[in-house]
Design a protein around this ligand. Structure first.
Ligand SMILES: [Zn+2]
Length: 249
């Protein structure tokens, strides 16, 4: 991980596939412990703990749908989970509370969301055996670009609000700026590579990429300024992208 660019005191969001690593003794626990070992006590480790279609969300118990490494991080001693009903994150380390605070009041990956704050803190992104279609910071870039499709829901039947179960009782919140489709996000990789901003490495059997979050936001903004539909997929059955293209006409 150090060879790849991860340093002590780093703030890092990790998108991962445990299976991609091959056989790991102690599994997800070992991966998280190794990351914490590298970034140290003043670093900050963030994982997407998305639940996607939750209409009633209990951040203390609801498992995530983003894999075994985030699910293990979610229950890690000292981990903080944000309250966003569909796109929560788990954070471990320095500044975890501040990063997660108020997430339920903004869009999942909108301006002011944890991944936006991570970028503002000069954070980095580690893709561990997954591609840029798992790189949620690109959604933050869409928000910075101000594309006209930010409020288009993912599906026609997407709900517009959700209830969070808090210690003080249920809290209903609107679901603003739903995160869209990421099937075409792989297009960013060429731009990042041309700019020399990707570091590649092997961790176990896993192909890993490391990139600065600010670089991803800047590349997203540049792609979308040149072509506002440049990160929409071409799947005719994708509600989000077909509706978004209509907005661009
Ligand atoms: Zn799509």
């Amino acid at each position: 991980m150090r060879r790849l660019g991860v340093r002590e005191n780093d703030a890092l969001v990790v998108h991962s596939s445990l299976r991609s690593l091959g056989k790991v003794q102690s599994g997800a626990n070992a991966v998280i412990a190794a990351l914490l070992d590298v970034i140290g006590a003043n670093g900050l480790l963030v994982f997407p703990t998305f639940t996607y279609w939750t209409q009633v969300f209990d951040p203390t118990i609801d498992p995530c749908l983003t894999g075994i490494i985030p699910e293990t991080a979610r229950v890690w001693p000292g981990a903080v989970r944000s309250w966003h009903p569909t796109h929560s994150v788990a954070a471990i380390g320095a500044g975890a509370q501040e990063l997660c605070a108020g997430h339920h009041l903004v869009g999942g990956n909108a301006l002011g969301s944890p991944l936006d704050k991570l970028a503002a803190r000069d954070g980095s992104i580690l893709l561990l055996g997954v591609g840029h279609n798992s790189n949620s910071t690109i959604h933050v870039g869409e928000a910075h670009a101000g594309v006209p499709y930010l409020d288009v829901p993912f599906r026609a039947d997407s709900f517009s609000s959700a209830t969070i179960i808090t210690r003080d009782g249920p809290l209903e919140v609107p679901l603003k700026f739903p995160s869209g489709c990421s099937k075409a996000f792989g297009a960013i990789e060429k731009v990042l590579r041309e700019r020399g901003q990707v570091r590649d490495g092997m961790i176990g059997d896993s192909l890993a990429q490391w990139v600065k979050a600010q670089a991803v936001i800047q590349a997203t903004v540049d792609i979308l300024r040149a072509d506002a539909g440049g990160l929409l997929c071409t799947d005719p059955d994708c509600y989000r992208c077909t509706q978004s293209r209509e907005r661009l006409k």
